[in-house]
Design a protein around this ligand. Sequence first.
Ligand code: FAD
Ligand code: 2HG
Ligand code: ZN
Length: 475
Amino acid sequence: PSPAAAPERRPFSRLSGEDLDYFRTILPGRTITDPDLVESSNVDWLKSVRGSSEVVLRPQTTEEVSQILRYCNKGNLAVNPQGGNTGLVGGSVPVYDEIILSTSLMNNILSFDNISGVLTCQAGCVLENLSQFLEEQDHIMPLDLGAKGSCQIGGNVATNAGGLRLLRYGSLHGTVLGLEVVLAGGQVLDCLATLRKDNTGYDLKQLFIGSEGTLGVITAVSILCPRKPKSVNVVFLGCETFEQLLRAFQLCRGMLGEILSAFEFLDSECMRLLKTHLKLTNPISDCPFYILIETSGSDPSHDEQKLHNFLEEAMTSLLVSDGTVATEESKIKALWSMRERVTEALTHDGFNYKYDISLPVEQIYHLVTDMRQHLGNRAKSVVGYGHVGDGNIHLNVTSAARDPALLAAIEPFVYEWTARHHGSISAEHGLGLKKRNYIHYSKSSQAVALMGHIKTMLDPKGILNPYKTLPDHLR
Ligand code: FAD
Ligand code: 2HG
Ligand code: ZN
């Protein structure tokens, strides 16, 4: 079987009537067993993996999460923490009959400090709702991603989601100031600090950022939020070659400096899929590559002047061949959707094989051209897009239907290629079920072994999100 396939079910207990009775006592009306309702939590966003859980638990408080885990740990029942279920690596749904612990009802904002910009909220708050709340407070979330309407802050932290603003505001390892986490045995770990600086011992919260539900259930988050920029501009540009795109990036960093907030790209194959499947029209003339640049600053005329100077220089030095600028919100949104909706367009193209790779930025597009050459006409589409500013490319390959022979042609080719170029096989989506056995392409055996020790220490029975993140041999 492929290393991405599920390993055998481990000898966890099976859900009994007695277990359900207990859950119904602590979560009356929030212990969901209706098969139609449970079904949507058993299947991932991509509809690529499916579990067979019989129950979704919907706690509202940390204490309830603690009671659930204490009970499950004692009874050797496996648990799958779930947020918005938008994860892309098969980590968010059960593999077998794991109990689904959904954070969807843990959606209260706990506090917001207007002076420091620190927001504290429960883990189940939907990212877009947090953004809307902050907008009224003249602030923004430090992260943004295409799944904002469904993904939850707890899921974002659990995957260490990167997204569209990382270039400017950094990763969640920097912006998350505190976490509250319920450990496998039900103990509540209170690391919910709101301080910028705190060097008292090990920074334990960092362990849970990007741990994909395997070390604990995140129940609350405090996060540092920037002020809402007074002026935002977006430009959408076309380039003839990827080398020109890279030179435009270099120029942009120099000329836009502190106001640069995103440098994203898509190739002409992505544009074809946006047109074919979503009926979006290209706002500029057809080009092999497209760039989306966003600036965020505090002085509209200063920002516009800088952007104007950059565009003039990029045009006269022939780095870009066409472009359009947006300062008004609806046009900014329309341009952003050309980038944000590529993932959605791909789902309409067939079965998706996704690779989320980070590399030295000069290398990122070579992966796409090499993969195209390697696959010849075996794939339906081979596309590249992503976060140039972070050296992160999303290589996607589609086929009419699930195709094991195509998968065997892509993997391990893509991982070997990445390791050879000193890249990471998971830049921002995590390993989940699909990539767990490929971890060694990016991490040393000592590092993987230490991860195994940490897992055993925090979750001795292995009940938390089994079959995910760590390779099978560590079980
Ligand atoms: P889920 O999908 O429910 O869960 C993801 C993982 O986290 C699972 O392993 C789950 O067990 C665990 N988990 C969830 N909640 C908790 C919790 N409270 N405690 C412990 N573990 C938990 N990712 C990026 O990095 N950048 C992007 O730009 C980006 N864009 C996306 C665009 C689209 C259209 C889609 C569908 C996905 C995108 N993603 C992106 C993937 C990304 O990982 C998720 O969108 C998001 O971070 C997951 O949040 P969620 O609440 O949906 O978590
Ligand atoms: C994005 O940047 C997301 O749009 C999704 O991380 C990438 O679907 C993908 O491959
Ligand atoms: Zn991404």
